[in-house]
Write a new protein. Structure first.
Lengths: 379, 312, 275
């Protein structure tokens, strides 16, 4: 099997010929004079685990609720498996949702909660409860079938909610902050559990979250949302390594940004940053024009600190500075280095090797990084 | 609720709606809307219309809204005569004024008695707090009429108070307590005291005790702390509680009728007598309409104050 | 505020003020003497007389009937009204419904009573003036009292139901929709069971308010339909009366038992929840 065929199979978004399973076309939602979702278009493929990532009020939940049928789009179209969802009420859609609050019916036992959707489909009680038992087994809750929701722990409730949403075998499962109510340790375990279940059942998942670690762990692809607009769509690595804007670069992880004007458009691109001199950055020909204002994004872990000045090499950026702050985290250390013009540079260095004489406060150091570590952003 | 009843209820409702062919939403809105239009709004329209009529010896005892003139044309009969009569007659003017006076005085006393109780309950540790709260609410569940009646036994000439005081030798002659304005004040305060305590309690219980400690830390004595911190912060509770006492007090009928004297004028009682004794329906209606404004005015004022605060 | 003696004293006096008259009612109900407040020895004769008083017993039965039907109707109308106001944000006449569902809370009883009576009289006159509808009016009595009580009690039920509906996690209803239930089904399967405790409180409050009402019933009632408060009122207007003390004691006992039972039930269900 050739490499491109493999990519098209497990990563259908890379192939232009693949047919999207969910198509969101120019969706807009306005509440009175507030635009919650602004002309969003998005294609999601069969079997994906897609994360919508953004801060509160960015429109991600509204977008999810429009797919579930709880909000009516002001404009635009949502297609699920080729079928237009306009006018289809929530109870008739091939989607199911897992709510942030879990929304477990407090007056029904675990198995009644899970069976509710099957009985509404008109399934016989025997068939419904057979399926419920299977589902509870998958989420490891067979022993709690007769309990009421208030008798369960937070993690158990989360799994009931998941089982209830999955038991109808929806074409699409929508998850609103599925791990938001769990504590940190449980959240990490549950992330992998969620992936296991998704892969077992092969259902397409769309997850809304504000937690970037969660999105990075879970997602096949991430859509970063802000103020009702999707700023970037891509695989987790792509979003982190090649952000398309200052917003995305700053939102995902930590970043140092430098503003400057393009001095030389031939690779590596040279950018005049004023008092910090000319910096070299990776970039393809023709993406920028000479004299254009751009921003350079540099991840803290791509920078090396040394006491001795590194030998000059083509494509290596070197700046002197003084260590202002050190935070020792165990597996790594964070530094804040004051550069010649007074601004702070964030540097992260791994403590992979035992260092008898680590760099510490008030030391004069040289920060260096390769041109390939720097991204040129035009917006 | 059992699954079976739920099923029956659901199927039945769905079937009926399907037969009638109306959207569920419209039906759900229509039921309370129609009921209240018919039995709340329409009665007020009728009330207003009769307040403009003339009393007549007939069934019903008021003039019709229109009658056919000799040429067959419709003539509307409506006059403000009843309102002019209300304003010109000292009896009604005094009744309105004395209703306001009695309601205000009772509200002030209810506040003075209720505040320390609410404060104490709010500052009590848990099992005691619930018990005290329950004790305050409990009388509310017993009959209002019987609670007022209980005071008749207390206040009358041979009542509990007089018997005790004479028996102890404090007084020689029994005091005249019944059929006085004082008895009406006592009756109103007694009846509506829980309405004062509950909102005050709800407000005071939310007061962060760290605020009191901070005031003390900054050198305020407990007295100063109370007047500069607790009292201003509990103002919303004071206003709510006072409204809950003032509004029912102003239209009160039973308390002045049972505890008040013949010269205790309250507008609710005047209306009752006008209607049942004089059988003057148009004047009674006009009395009711004017009284309505008396009740609506403080509520409107309160709302405007709240709106202004919301804007700040 | 002064620590120490002032607050406990105020609370003690306040509670004494609340309970002393009620206690004296109970004590003197066992008084042999007709003079009520002059002790003439222990006796239960007034209870005996009360149980033979056909007027009191008849009116108590009417009051219970009225209170039961009013509480049921008020719970239905109040709950629907609350549901409409909390869940439907835009519809024609919303402000009107808000006003009509709030106003009865603050309306003096004499006004409510008078206006309803005038409306009943007017509609009776109107219906009887046409041969087709003549005789349709049910006549003033239990029916008109139930209508009047339902209207003002519905406002109280609506207050309780609204606060419960607002507190209820709305995603419960959405989850049921999402799992394939239509809106009516969701109401009966999810909304109603979840707010049921509030509706029980609302029903009880409506029942009590109806049982307690004198003024409105006096206006809208007709001949032959006297409620218990109306009978009590006509008795005590003329002065204290020992059989009313006996009646009051019985009612207080019923309330006390009901409150204690409710308290125990609530404690038990709270324990179940935490177990």
């Amino acid at each position: 099997m050739s490499d491109s065929a493999l990519a098209a199979d497990t990563k259908p978004w890379r192939s232009a010929a693949a047919r999207p399973f969910i198509s969101i076309r120019n969706i807009t939602k306005r509440f009175d004079d507030v635009t919650a979702v602004d002309d969003v278009s998005l294609d999601i493929y069969q079997g994906e685990l897609f994360c919508l990532l953004g801060g509160s009020g960015c429109g991600k939940s509204t977008l999810l609720r429009m797919m579930a049928g709880f909000e009516t789009p002001t404009a635009g179209q949502i297609l699920i498996d080729g079928q237009d969802m306009a006018g289809v009420p929530a109870d008739k859609r091939p989607t199911n949702m897992m709510f942030q609050s879990y929304a477990l019916f407090p007056h029904m036992s675990v198995e009644k909660n899970v069976a509710y959707g099957l009985l509404r489909e008109g399934k016989s009680r025997a068939e419904a409860y057979g399926r419920v038992a299977e589902m509870l087994k998958l989420v490891k809750l067979e022993a709690q079938a007769r309990r009421k929701p208030h008798q369960l722990s937070g993690g158990q409730r989360q799994r009931v909610a998941l089982a209830r949403a999955l038991v109808k075998q929806p074409k699409l499962l929508l998850l609103d902050e599925p791990l938001g109510a769990l504590d940190k340790k449980l959240r990490e375990e549950t992330q992998f559990e969620l992936i296991r279940i998704q892969e077992t059942l092969g259902v397409t998942f769309i997850v809304v979250t504000h937690d970037q670690d969660e999105a990075m762990t879970l997602a096949t692809r991430i859509g970063v949302m802000n103020e009702g607009v999707i700023r970037q769509i891509g695989e987790p690595r792509e979003i982190y390594e090649s952000p398309n804007s200052r917003y995305v670069a700053d939102f995902i992880g930590s970043v140092n940004l430098f503003e400057g004007q393009v001095a030389d458009t031939a690779a590596p691109i040279a950018v005049e940053t004023g008092d910090l001199g000319v910096m070299q950055a990776q970039g393809s020909d023709g993406s920028v024009t000479a004299g254009q204002t751009v921003w350079l994004a540099l991840r803290p872990e791509r920078i090396a600190l040394s006491r001795a000045e590194p030998a000059a090499k083509p494509g290596l950026n070197v700046l002197p500075g003084v260590v202002e702050d050190v935070a020792y985290m165990g597996h790594m250390s964070h530094f804040r280095v004051r550069l010649a013009n007074g601004r702070m540079l964030r540097v992260t260095m791994s403590n992979r090797l035992h260092d008898e004489d680590p760099i510490t406060w008030d030391e004069a150091v040289f920060a260096s990084w390769a041109a390939s570590a720097m991204r040129v952003l035009v917006e | 609720m059992s699954a079976l009843t739920q099923n029956v209820l659901w199927r039945g409702t769905a079937r009926v709606m399907g037969l009638v062919g109306i959207r569920g939403r419209t039906l759900v809105i229509a039921v309370p809307m129609l009921w209240l239009l018919l039995f709340f709004l329409v009665p007020f329209v009728v009330l207003g219309r009769i307040s403009l009529a003339e009393p007549m010896i007939a069934r019903p005892p008021y003039s019709p809204l229109w009658e056919r003139g000799p040429d067959g044309s419709l003539q509307i009969i409506a006059s403000l005569e009843n309102y002019r009569f209300l304003l010109s007659d000292a009896l009604y003017r005094n009744a309105y004024l004395s209703s306001i006076r009695i309601a205000v005085v009772s509200t002030v006393f209810a506040l003075l008695i209720g505040y320390p109780i609410a404060y104490f309950i709010a500052r009590s540790p848990e099992p005691r707090r619930s018990v005290l709260l329950l004790m305050v609410i409990l009388p509310f569940w017993t009959s209002f009429l019987l609670r007022v009646y209980a005071w008749m036994g207390f206040l009358r000439r041979e009542g509990v108070i007089n018997n005790t005081l004479v028996g102890l030798g404090v007084i020689d002659e029994p005091l005249v307590l019944m059929q006085t304005d004082l008895a009406v004040y006592i009756g109103i305060v007694y009846t509506y005291l829980p309405f004062m305590i509950l909102p005050l309690y709800a407000n005071l219980v939310k007061l962060d005790s760290a605020l009191l400690e901070a005031a003390g830390d900054l050198g305020a004595s407990p007295m100063v702390t109370f007047f500069t911190v607790t009292l201003p912060l509990s103002l919303p509770g004071i206003v709510a509680g006072s409204m809950l006492v003032f509004i029912p007090a102003i239209g009160e009928y039973v308390i002045p009728a049972l505890l008040g004297g013949p010269d205790t004028l309250m507008i609710g009682r005047v209306l009752w007598d006008e209607f049942f004794s004089s059988r003057d329906w148009p004047v009674a209606s006009a009395v009711a309409i004017v009284m309505l404004f008396l009740v609506v005015a403080p509520i409107m004022w309160l709302q405007s104050v709240q709106n202004r605060r919301a804007l700040d | 505020m002064a620590r120490g003696w002032f607050l406990p004293l105020a609370v003690t006096l306040g509670l004494a003020f609340l309970y002393a008259p009620i206690l004296s009612l109970v004590v003197f109900s066992f008084n042999e003497s007709r003079l009520v407040t002059v002790w003439g020895g222990f006796s239960t004769r007034w209870y005996g007389e009360l149980l033979e008083d056909a007027q009191i017993l008849g009116s108590a039965w009417i009051s219970l009937k009225v209170a039961f039907f009013s509480a049921c109707l008020a719970t239905i109308i109040g709950t629907l009204g609350a549901f409409v106001l909390v869940r439907f944000h835009r519809f024609w006449g919303r402000m009107l419904l808000v006003a009509m569902l709030t106003a009865p809370l603050v309306m003096p009883e004499v006004i409510t009573g008078l206006s309803l009576l005038l409306m009943f009289v007017a509609s009776e006159t109107f219906l009887n003036s046409h041969p087709l509808t003549s005789g349709l009016f049910p006549g003033r009595g239990v029916v008109t009292i139930v209508i009047a009580h339902t209207t003002f009690c519905a406002a109280f039920v609506a207050v309780i139901a609204q606060s419960r509906l607002r507190d209820m996690d709305q995603s419960l209803e959405e989850a049921a929709r999402d799992l394939g239930a239509g809106p009516v089904r969701v109401f009966f399967d999810i909304t109603l069971p979840v707010i049921a405790p509030a509706l029980v409180s609302g029903w009880l409050l409506a029942f009590t308010l109806s049982l307690d009402d004198l003024v409105i019933a006096s206006f809208v009632s007709g001949p032959g339909a006297s409620t218990l408060p109306m009978v009590i009122f006509s008795k005590v207007r003329l002065g204290v009366s020992p059989d009313v003390n006996a009646l009051a004691t019985i009612m207080i006992a019923i309330v006390a038992v009901a409150v204690i039972a409710a308290g125990l039930l609530m404690r038990r269900s709270a324990r179940q929840r935490t177990s």
